[in-house]
Design a binder for this molecule. Structure first.
Ligand SMILES: NC(=O)c1ccc[n+]([C@@H]2O[C@H](COP(=O)([O-])OP(=O)(O)OC[C@H]3O[C@@H](n4cnc5c(N)ncnc54)[C@H](O)[C@@H]3O)[C@@H](O)[C@H]2O)c1
Length: 352
């Protein structure tokens, strides 16, 4: 069985990728994570006794450590998800995003480049480096149309700019040094175990505490939503069957305004907690100052992935959102612990 590195393995999507790989017996997995505020060991807790899973605390900016890990494990490929990911934080502290997303990706690429000759010819032939990126690199759309893989990069936030920069580095390392890379650009993910600063878990945790649910601006921003397990599956498809040097969009075919999405979350909360004091939960929604540079609409055309690799999202928003809300209701200890340790739900990303 192959050995794969998954960076960002204790994060929301990285942990879903690790669980997917191990659940299906697809690889020995070496998870690499700096265990920043966004990481949670519980997200891979079910793999704690799995002899084919190892979680290593390491920063991807630490090239010496990466080289040591590469020599130790001689991986057959890397799924690179480690990044600083919250747009609001990128407005407050952009330098951390430059360091992890740009310098970190650079140091990972350089490690692969310098250590590649250590791999056997067979391993070199099959090696893949997948960079997991976002639809936010394309910037904002008007009311119509979708972005395909040929759309120009036009990022608005510091987060999106660093991800676009990392995409360019990965492409350049392919074109210049021949590294066998792939890039995916995915729409908004949702599901269990997402850090409660992001839109959906923040709304749920605020509602559970009877606090106001902050909605930025008029709430008419449109996002495309994909269930995290579907994303993990798509990543594996691209990793194993995608064409080297290519970009693939991964979308959910599910556009929603933020306000409609939060209404839907509130309706599910009402249903699951018929005796809750704060019912109907939508009365907790409060419009707050908009995010600076907030993109109006994202929508992805993932026809390339559908036609080349026959991938389509499997989980409907109705069922995925229901599962997600239910998970947060059943795991309030996880939320309370992570919030107590790392984030108290305060507003970020406002320029004073
Ligand atoms: N969440 C989304 O909706 C979404 C959509 C498209 C693409 N992505 C991309 O998917 C990837 C994972 O996103 P996520 O939502 O799981 O993020 P997350 O914030 O939940 O997890 C990121 C993980 O990376 C780790 N990390 C950060 N900096 C690191 C460093 N320097 N060295 C090692 N580890 C580091 C963190 O500790 C954390 O565990 C990111 O690259 C993100 O840009 C996310």
């Amino acid at each position: 069985m192959q050995t794969l590195f998954v960076t960002g393995a204790a994060g929301f999507i990285g942990s879903a990728v690790c669980r997917y790989l191990r659940r299906n017996g697809l690889a020995h997995v070496v998870g690499i994570d700096a265990m920043t505020y966004a990481a949670s060991r519980e997200s891979v807790g079910n793999l704690a006794n799995d002899p084919s899973f190892t979680l290593i605390e390491a920063n991807i900016t630490d090239a010496a450590m990466l080289a040591q890990l590469f020599m130790q494990y001689l991986p057959d490929g890397i799924l690179h998800l480690a990044a600083e990911t919250h747009v609001d934080r990128s407005i407050d502290t952009p330098s951390e995003f430059l360091t992890s997303n740009v310098v970190g990706t650079f140091s990972l690429l350089e490690t692969v480049r310098s250590c590649f000759p250590l791999l056997s010819p067979e391993q070199q032939k099959n090696f893949r480096f997948l960079h997991v990126s976002t639809d936010e690199i394309y910037g904002s759309l008007g009311d119509e149309g979708t972005f395909d893989e040929g759309a120009p990069c036009n990022p608005s936030s510091p987060y999106a700019a660093t991800k676009a920069c990392a995409d360019h580095l990965v492409s350049a390392w392919h074109k210049t040094y021949g590294l066998p890379t792939l890039i995916t650009n995915c729409s908004n993910n949702y599901g269990p175990l997402q850090f409660p600063e992001k839109l959906i878990p923040l709304a749920i945790t605020k509602a559970l505490n009877g606090e106001s649910i902050p909605l930025y601006g008029d709430g008419q921003q449109v996002r495309d939503w994909l269930y995290v397990e579907d994303h993990a599956q798509a990543l594996y498809q691209v990793f194993t069957r995608g064409h080297i040097g290519e970009h693939y969009n991964i979308g959910g075919n599910c556009e929603k305004t933020n306000i409609d999405l939060i209404y839907q979350v509130c309706t599910i909360l009402d249903e699951l907690m018929p005796n809750a004091v704060y019912r109907p939960h939508k009365r907790l929604i409060t419009h707050v100052e908009d995010r600076p540079g907030h993109d109006k609409r994202y929508a992805l055309n993932y026809g390339k992935l559908a036609s080349e690799l026959d991938w389509r999202p499997e989980t409907s928003l109705e069922s995925g959102l229901y599962e997600t809300v239910r998970w947060y209701l059943n795991n309030q200890m996880w939320c309370n612990a992570i919030q107590g340790r790392k984030y108290a739900g305060q507003r970020m990303g406002i320029i004073k």
